[in-house]
Design a protein around this ligand. Structure first.
Ligand SMILES: Nc1ncnc2c1ncn2[C@@H]1O[C@H](COP(=O)(O)OP(=O)(O)O)[C@@H](O)[C@H]1O
Ligand SMILES: [Mg+2]
Length: 206
């Protein structure tokens, strides 16, 4: 696929992913990594090109279907969670929207998600602004993972983590065996360590 704003961001960029594979995307700041994954997640349009998921073209999915299959977690920022909702309300929404649990099982499901992400039960009544950085990120990740997406895209998510939490995060993501992961980082060494292979945006700049 190709994408330009004022200048060409990438041209004829193409790749395939096998289920469970981890693909790294590396490139300098401003090279187009976030643009590429926003296109894959359906939040931006490519100028040219098509994305297939399980042999079906993107346009044959509804927005909600696509979002359930492909989840994007962006760089930790204090803006991604709705500040007016408690953690329990935030987690309840996708479960209801996508009918991922029967109404009488939703609270059980939320409790198990919280435990799974090593978060205290007290967090359920907390608002995003009161969470620590690590908690905020784990809640964001929990929100993305509870729909059990086929593909998880992580855009610079380890940027604000220390090495211990980084290792913890990768171990956790690796345990989701069926999940395909697209991992973006400006840190090539990190990508080499955790991904099966990687592509460089710069290789598609002309
Ligand atoms: N919506 C937009 N309109 C115009 N230019 C944009 C837009 N989004 C990103 N860009 C430009 O595209 C380039 C790539 O941005 P981005 O994908 O965020 O790069 P990266 O994530 O690799 O740092 C940058 O020069 C950025 O300024
Ligand atoms: Mg970016």
């Amino acid at each position: 696929m190709s994408k330009s704003y004022k200048q060409t961001i990438f041209h004829n960029l193409s790749f395939q992913l096998a289920q469970g594979e981890w693909l790294g995307i590396v490139g300098e700041n401003g090279s187009g990594k976030s643009t590429l994954v926003k296109i894959i997640a359906g939040l931006e349009k490519a100028d040219q090109g098509t994305i297939f998921l399980r042999e079906k073209v993107q346009s044959s999915y509804t927005r909600a279907e696509w979002a359930q299959q492909i989840q994007l977690v962006t760089q930790y920022s204090r803006k991604s969670l709705d500040p007016m909702k408690t953690v329990a309300q935030l987690l309840r929404e996708p479960l209801q929207l996508w009918h991922l649990a029967p109404a009488d099982k939703i609270d059980d499901r939320i409790t198990s998600i919280i435990a799974h992400f090593n978060l205290p039960v007290s967090i359920l009544t907390a608002y995003p602004a009161t969470l620590s950085g690590g908690q905020y990120q784990r809640v964001s990740l929990a929100l993305s993972l509870l729909v059990e997406p086929a593909i998880l895209i992580c855009d610079e998510i380890t940027a604000s983590l220390d090495k211990i939490n980084e290792r913890h995060l990768f171990k956790f993501l690796r345990a989701q065996k069926q999940m395909t992961v697209i991992m973006i980082s400006h840190d090539g060494a990190l990508i080499d360590k955790v991904c099966d292979r990687s592509i460089r945006i710069q290789d598609f700049s002309t």
